[in-house]
Design a protein around this ligand. Sequence first.
Ligand SMILES: C[S@@+](CC[C@H](N)C(=O)[O-])C[C@H]1O[C@@H](n2cnc3c(N)ncnc32)[C@H](O)[C@@H]1O
Length: 367
Amino acid sequence: MGFISRFFAGSGPRAASNRTSSQSQSQSVANLQMKVERLETANQKYRERLAERIELNNKLKGIVDTQKSEINAMRINSRKDLTLERIDTFFTGTKLRLPEEAYQRFIAKCEDNATPDKVENFRAEMEKSQHRAFYEQLFSVEMDMAQGFDFTGLRPIVTFQRGETDIAYAASKGMSLDELKANHIQITIERFDQIIKKNFINPKRVNAVCEIGAAWGAATRYMLNRYKPQDYHVYEIDTGWAQWLKDNLGVDSKQCDGESLSETEDESMDICVASSCLYFMPFVKQWNYLTEFARVLKPGGVAVFNVNLIENTSVRTLKGLLANYFPRRSFGYIPQHCVDTAFPEEQFEKLVKDPSKGFGYQVYRKR
Ligand SMILES: C[S@@+](CC[C@H](N)C(=O)[O-])C[C@H]1O[C@@H](n2cnc3c(N)ncnc32)[C@H](O)[C@@H]1O
């Protein structure tokens, strides 16, 4: 018997004296008891339904959590897809090429070690995929350096091979590339005016310029305007930009292997330029490009480039790199020693004495 029914079953003040009233009271008590029982049953059912709902809710929460992690996984995968999609542009427009000598040495090692049929199969397999696996590894640092994070949209951004995206973006906004990149173009004009002194090279002798990593062509425009060269070789791994530079600035976009000036003759260039691009690649490639500059420059020609020097990395800089470049951990630093070996003193004159005062730009003239 529940608490309420016990309360009503107790004797009231008039229970003993009035029989009729006692009967009707018993009736009311019985009715109330029934109501109470019905309520208790309903309450029990309600509790059971509530327990079912809670269980269902927990199940749904589990499903939502799983879906959330699936969406996150898809986001990460789509980042990968985006990168791979951009790698496809290696094979369109101004195509890239493999570093010839290193590739041939690699194949020779395969031939020395594996049976001829195995090597043949391997070569056929690589050719079928246009050596994609090699390209992915060759440009892994450049790809890594171009990963960022959009803290508003909370998603990764991939700027590797972004030429086509930037060109399409400018078109969608009805802007020219000059307008879109006005800031970079202006900064380059101001810096180069300050760095490249008139006495570094006589403008009249400048017939040929070679540039790497020209992208949207801020430095290219500067060189074209100031020196009006007849030949302009560009080596750019972003095939979208390479094609755009060819179509819009009239330069000769060369097939690029990301580390050499394979289509440029020895001692054929008056100026070699690398503006804000060397530090996007591993140091050996930076070093090779610099030695290539040394090779292709005519006597009296100048190399203009900026690099991040290891010698300039104070503890503060190192801490800053660790703190600010999460999760990216590749940094395109190079030792001054590499620059010195590319431009040995007996063959090159160092024209900028303290590069740290010239936005990191160094200039060497071939003797
Ligand atoms: C910041 S942009 C250069 C900006 C441009 N030079 C200017 O005047 O404003 C860097 C460029 O270097 C290119 N790059 C990165 N690694 C390269 C490599 N190994 N060989 C050639 N170009 C490379 C990138 O594709 C990108 O277009």
